[in-house]
Design a protein around this ligand. Structure first.
Ligand SMILES: Nc1ncnc2c1ncn2[C@@H]1O[C@H](COP(=O)(O)OP(=O)(O)O)[C@@H](O)[C@H]1O
Ligand SMILES: [Mg+2]
Length: 386
């Protein structure tokens, strides 16, 4: 698929902007702070309903404005669709497909598909587990948009269960009313159901991604691997064993198999959870393990290796999505400046054949020659074809 037109209103620094786009490579060039990333961030928002830079919508709305609108004309083979999102910080966002009836924002997922490379990606390797969980969950949702519902169910149940546990912990400390354990039992069932579904999707993803990430790393940094991915689950050894016993995607445990494991782990952690007033077991506590050779990448890999690893994870995501549901848009936000010449060239060669590749760069010469195509100059919020 590709985006043939992008319109923004009150998004970030843009009061209004219209950007006609072609398939193939498009490079946005301009000095820092002029609005290049803001453009591709909007495309990424349509794909994930989130920004790769901030965790809330408020900064995405132009200072002084009330709402932002992101609209894109999307071409998928013979099919054209117009998708529109209205961002209303503090209130519900709204969405439309083909100007017609209102749909839930979640219904837009799957129309625009992207794989986004950005300087922030280094945190996939060096950062906290939360960065890697988000990586997994965004990719799960790109593979299967209905997982957005499972993720939000999980988050909601987790929040409510935590509130209950916190109240119970406070009451214990201050000699108040004891927690009604049958209420907690009910929450455990809800939580375990959503957790098992999310875990099954993550384990399947990790197993599927593993060979692709290893191959991508080998292409970026020949002889530097191997890359192995693993999953560290908080739901006990039984889950780890179930995951480890599965060499291929076909063998990863199903949600039906995982449900009793999660429930048992919750039972095992119950005493501690009531003491501490927080849910200690579940996908929100897990991590994606990234190994390079025999060592974990985090804490051991060099800066250059960490970059190759992050790029390999994105390239693997690209291979996965295009194999399963057609070409996603590749977005390379300011990444070439971060890389040495060799990595630059290799990355450029690997992404160049993409149906649509959107690149931003402060210095045009940092973009390798194989990425030729349309160029836009971005300056003080004006986006002009050059
Ligand atoms: N919500 C907002 N309202 C107004 N301006 C914003 C908003 N968010 C970011 N900006 C401005 O956008 C600019 C950064 O744009 P960005 O696309 O990140 O630049 P770059 O071209 O370096 O990628 C900054 O000048 C920043 O002040
Ligand atoms: Mg930028």
């Amino acid at each position: 698929m590709h985006v043939s037109h992008l319109s923004l209103a009150d998004f970030r620094s843009y009061a209004r902007v219209e950007v006609p786009l072609d398939p193939g490579v498009t490079v946005f060039v301009g000095p820092n702070g002029q609005g290049k990333t803001n453009l591709v961030e909007a495309v990424g928002y349509l794909a994930t309903l989130g920004s790769h830079r901030v965790s809330s919508d408020a900064p995405l709305v132009r200072a002084g404005a009330e709402r932002a609108i992101v609209r894109a004309q999307v071409v998928q083979g013979e099919r054209q669709q117009l998708v529109e999102l209205e961002l209303n910080p503090g209130r519900a966002n709204r969405a439309r497909i083909n100007r017609s009836s209102q749909v839930r924002p979640r219904d837009v997922l799957g129309i625009v598909r992207t794989v986004l490379f950005a300087p922030e990606d280094l945190a996939l390797v060096k950062g906290d587990p939360g960065e890697r969980r988000r990586f997994l969950d965004e990719l799960i949702t790109a593979r299967s948009p209905r997982m957005a519902g499972v993720r939000s169910d999980y988050d909601r149940v987790l929040k409510q269960r935590n509130t209950l546990l916190k109240t119970a912990a406070m009451a214990r400390r201050h000699g108040g009313r004891q927690l009604d354990l049958s209420t907690l039992d009910v929450w455990d069932q809800h939580l375990a159901r959503a957790a098992a579904e999310l875990l099954a999707a993550r384990l399947d993803l990790v197993a599927t991604l593993q060979p692709l990430a290893d191959k991508a790393y080998e292409r970026l940094a020949p002889g530097g691997g191997p890359v192995t991915l693993g999953y560290r689950g908080s739901a006990g050894e039984a889950l780890e064993e179930a995951a480890a016993g599965a060499p291929g995607a076909a063998g990863t445990p199903s949600r039906e198999e995982l449900f009793p494991l999660v429930l048992a782990a919750l039972e095992g952690a119950r005493k501690q959870e009531i003491e501490r007033g927080v849910t200690l077991v579940g996908p929100h506590r897990d991590d994606l393990l990234l190994n390079l050779g025999r060592l974990p990448a985090k804490g051991y890999a060099s800066h250059g290796e960490s970059w190759s690893y992050a790029l390999a994870l994105r390239l693997a995501s690209y291979e996965l999505l295009r194999a399963e549901g057609g070409e996603p848009v590749l977005v390379l936000d300011d990444v070439f400046a971060e890389l040495d010449v060799r990595r630059r060239e290799r990355l450029a060669e690997l992404v160049a054949p993409g149906e649509q590749v959107l690149v931003t760069a402060a210095v045009g010469d940092d973009v390798p020659g194989v990425l030729t195509g349309a160029r836009f100059a971005v300056s003080e919020g004006v986006v002009e074809r050059v």
